[in-house]
Design a protein around this ligand. Structure first.
Ligand SMILES: N[C@@H](CCO)C(=O)O
Length: 322
């Protein structure tokens, strides 16, 4: 049976962020796909920067991976996706984004799971900031899931990532076209020089008398401007910048050793944002602490966004789990 819920909201009450900001209520919305809740193993999908709970269906952002007879088969699994509060998809925005970090969202998601009376997840899967939140959830609740699948992400934002998020902030605060300009810069982090070379070959747009790469970047800026809000962009960028399971907590070794899930790290050989070498280092460290850890790599010229592009490789890398 195919069940495709519309977004549903629950209220998180009396929430104090790690930075000490108090919220009497916070809206947490979610969607459920596939088998009904509590009738099948549950897969939690954490969305990336401009994603949302609409994982599949019309406008679904992961239709290549999830659906009937897809790698994550909705005939066999219940798929749950929360909207990160403030992403704007449910009409709710958060103005004071600096009050939040990635772990706050992990805590909110855990409250959501408890509210839905879900005892254990089969898998938490997420790419980019969604994967970082998955790491934070698993560090907070070591028994929460059987599988942690962290794609194009890591347990911490590196200095390089923080620096790029800082530039994003500067653009979002100072530009007269903040969403468009920030997206243009971000696209340079999500792709690679090789990807651009293959796509554009220094070609020009005759009508506009600009390079096609410029026209493409302008197009992506405009496209995001139409579907995303400034406060949401600031919030999501803040979360990306603050991924760090060790912040005000234990060492990585102490936290990771407690995680009961099988940990599957999937890096991208050309990712400029969450580099393959950082992912390999995480894997090497984890191997000393745990048995059930894997590291696999998507091979692509496209960089960070390859987790949304190279779906056939991703299907292959995930087929043993699902
Ligand atoms: N390009 C994707 C992934 C960023 O990590 C997005 O805009 O959400």
């Amino acid at each position: 049976m195919k069940l495709e819920n519309k977004p549903t909201s629950i209220t998180i009450q009396n929430f104090t962020t790690e930075s000490g900001a108090f919220y009497a209520s916070l809206n947490l919305s979610f969607q459920v796909f596939g088998r009904a809740l509590h009738t099948a193993p549950l897969v939690l999908v954490n969305h990336a920067l401009t994603g949302n709970s609409q994982v599949i269906g019309e406008n679904g952002w992961w239709n290549d991976l999830i659906g009937e007879n897809k790698t994550i088969n909705t005939a066999d699994y219940t798929v749950l996706a929360f909207n990160i509060p403030g992403n704007g998809f449910d009409g709710c925005v958060i103005e004071k984004h600096l009050n939040f970090n990635a772990r706050d969202i992990a805590r909110i998601f855990i409250e959501g799971i408890q509210f839905l009376k879900i005892k254990q997840l089969y898998a938490i899967i997420g790419g980019s900031v969604g994967g970082g939140i998955a790491w934070e959830m698993t560090a907070l609740e070591p028994k929460i899931t059987q599988h942690l699948i962290a794609i194009a992400t890591d347990w911490k934002a590196t200095d390089w990532l923080i620096a790029n998020c800082f530039l994003q902030e500067q653009i979002l605060h100072n530009s007269s076209r903040p969403i468009e300009d920030a997206r243009i810069h971000a696209m340079l982090c999500y792709r690679t020089p090789e990807s651009f070379a293959a796509k554009f070959q220094r070609s020009t747009h005759q009508e506009l008398a600009i390079f096609n790469v410029e026209s493409w970047l302008l197009h992506h800026g405009k496209k995001l401007q139409k579907r995303f809000q400034l406060s949401s962009y600031k919030m999501m960028n803040q979360l990306l910048k603050t991924i760090d399971i060790t912040r005000n907590s234990n060492s990585f070794d102490a936290l990771a050793a407690k995680i009961e899930a099988d940990i599957h790290i999937i890096g991208i050989n050309s990712d400029l944002f969450f580099t393959a070498s950082e992912n390999e280092a995480t894997y090497e460290q984890l191997k000393k602490l745990k048995n059930k850890v894997t590291y696999q790599e998507i091979v692509s010229i496209h960089g960070h966004d390859a987790f949304l592009i190279e779906y056939k490789q991703l299907d292959n890398l995930l087929k043993d789990i699902f």
